[in-house]
Design a protein around this ligand. Sequence first.
Ligand code: SAM
Length: 216
Amino acid sequence: MLNEKLHFYIEGLIAERNPLLMEMESYAKEHHVPIMELAGIETMLQLLRIHRSKKILEVGTAIGYSALRMAGAIKGSHIVTIERDEERIKAAEEFIHRSGNGEQITLIKGDALEVMAEVSRYAPFDVIFIDAAKGQYKKFFEIYADHLTEDGMIITDNVLFKGLVAESEIESKRIRNLVKKIDGFNRWLMDHPYYDSVILPVGDGVAISKRRGERK
Ligand SMILES: C[S@@+](CC[C@H](N)C(=O)[O-])C[C@H]1O[C@@H](n2cnc3c(N)ncnc32)[C@H](O)[C@@H]1O
C-alpha cells in the first residue's frame, strides 16, 4: 500500500521487540502463521494507549502474538482471545506461559461463531479486535458488537487485503470470492447507521469503528 521504500523505512524505525516476541515473529514466519503486520500492530497499540482500553476481546489468537503485544503495551489490561485451531492453541499456550503475562490473557478455545456464551461472561469490552476468517468479518462484528462498552471501539485487520480490494482483475476464484466478501464488509461498515468508521492504509489495512451516540 505504502511504497516499499517507505514501508521498510517505517519498519526500520520501530524498536526491536523483546526476545520472546522476536522468537514468535520467527516462528510465525517459519510455520506460515499470519500475524498482524508490524506497522499495523504499532498503530493499534497506540490507539489502545490513547483510548486507555483495559478490557479487550480478540477474535483470532493464532499463536498469541498480538495478545501478548497488547498485554505488554497496556498495563493492567485483560485480553480475552478466541482461537479454534488446535496446533495454534498449543503454541499460544506455550508462548503465553513463557511470557509471564498469562494472568492478563484468557484463551477461549473454539469457533468464535459458537463460543458467545463463554465470551459473554467477560463482557463488556472496551475494544473488540477482529482478526480471524476474513469471509466472516460481518458475522463476528454483528455477534460481538453488543458486548462493547458505550465508549468502545472495534478494530478490524486485513480490510485492504494486500491491496487486492482495489484490483478489478483477480485470477484465482477463491481469492476473488474472498476479496468480494471483504469489499462487501468494508462497504457495509462504512455505511453502518450506528458506527463511524475509518480505514487506515497501514499494515494490511486496519478499520477503526466507533459507536455513534448512545445505545438505545
Ligand atoms: C490472522 S490470524 C490471527 C493473528 C493474531 N491476531 C496476531 O496478530 O498475532 C487468524 C486466526 O484466526 C483463527 N480463526 C479463523 N476463524 C476463526 C473462528 N471462526 N473462530 C476462532 N478462530 C478463528 C485462525 O485459526 C487463525 O489462527
